[in-house]
Design a binder for this molecule. Structure first.
Ligand SMILES: [Zn+2]
Length: 307
């Protein structure tokens, strides 16, 4: 994110215009609208991007853009000069996402609706603001003192998993974050799934995915932590579960029986599962699966704060 911002301010992002200036033969037209792709066009005047800014303004109260664009550096300085801390956060995250979405389309991915980009931006902003500006609601914790996330013992990884149900959209989101005994981030995963709105079922799907994801990355000793108590209890029952999650619960139990791996299923309080929760929440409009070895900056920020 910082690199994109730095390159934006120094006008050295490889837009079509820049590439043409450097005599690199490539298409110098905007991938969204087909116009000449200057830096101003890419981030401000393209209709696709203008819709992102419009929607951001509507949804988050983000300020209007500075009209005059002498140079990227002047523009960003003027923008930041009039911004609150929160607006600056939105601005930086939006610039990063606009560039990412432009690259995705140029690399052959389907163009998504500008409002989906806004959802993505706001989810990232939420993640950052959750820990920078918003007070933590007291009802999120069992004890008056905020509990901290505890790292696993050496040689083990801790896998935090959570699911969220979006009733109106008729879908669920899942978030999975893996860290080691030094609290170092190792990998994360998120996914949206359609037509699953029963909370425990959603948690079960997410949990199974957490096990699959962990084993897929070859971690042999893992503590898989969920804040869904009923599910964790079912995973420990010896008898056959008769609810609609039984088939998934049985699946998960089978995976735990692989002789070469040690998996431990634990229940944790919700405030120790915040990262997975926010990641799950950010999967509302996103259909694609995504996982990362290198943490996006927002995730890193949260992890550094011991959540
Ligand atoms: Zn355009």
């Amino acid at each position: 994110m910082k690199i994109v911002l730095w390159r934006f301010a120094h006008d050295c992002l490889p837009t079509g215009h820049q590439l043409r200036r450097r005599n690199i033969s490539t298409c110098d037209l905007c991938c969204h609208c087909g116009r000449h792709e200057t830096i101003e066009h890419t981030f401000i005047s393209c209709q696709y991007v203008a819709e992102i800014w419009r929607e951001l303004k509507k949804r988050s109260g983000f300020k209007s853009l500075v009209k005059y664009f002498g140079s990227p550096r002047d523009w960003i300085s003027q923008m930041l000069a009039g911004c609150t801390e929160m607006e600056a956060t939105i601005l930086v995250i939006a610039i990063w996402h606009i560039w990412e979405s432009r690259n995705a389309v140029r690399n052959g991915k389907n163009e998504v609706h500008p409002h989906c980009i806004v959802e993505k931006i706001l989810a990232y902003v939420d993640m950052v603001l959750l820990h920078m500006f918003k007070p933590v609601p007291s009802n999120r914790c069992d004890s008056p003192r905020r509990k901290k996330w505890d790292p696993p013992p050496e040689g083990w990884v801790m896998v935090n998993v959570d699911a969220t149900v979006f009733q109106r959209a008729n879908r669920m989101g899942m978030g999975i974050v893996i860290r080691n005994h030094k609290s170092e981030f190792l990998a994360a995963y998120r996914q949206g799934l359609d037509r699953i709105i029963e909370p425990e079922l959603a948690e079960a799907f997410a949990f199974r995915q957490a096990v699959t994801f962990t084993l897929g990355l070859n971690y042999k000793r893992a503590i898989i932590a969920s804040d869904c108590l009923s599910l964790v209890q079912k995973l420990h029952f010896k008898t056959l579960d008769r609810s609609n999650t039984w088939i998934i619960v049985e699946d998960i139990k089978k995976m735990a029986c692989i002789p070469t791996v040690a998996l431990s299923f634990v229940h944790i309080s919700r405030c120790c599962n915040e990262v997975a929760h926010v990641l799950a929440r950010s999967a509302d409009q996103l259909v694609e699966k995504s996982w990362f070895h290198v943490p996006p900056e927002f995730l890193w920020y949260t992890l550094c704060n011991d959540l």
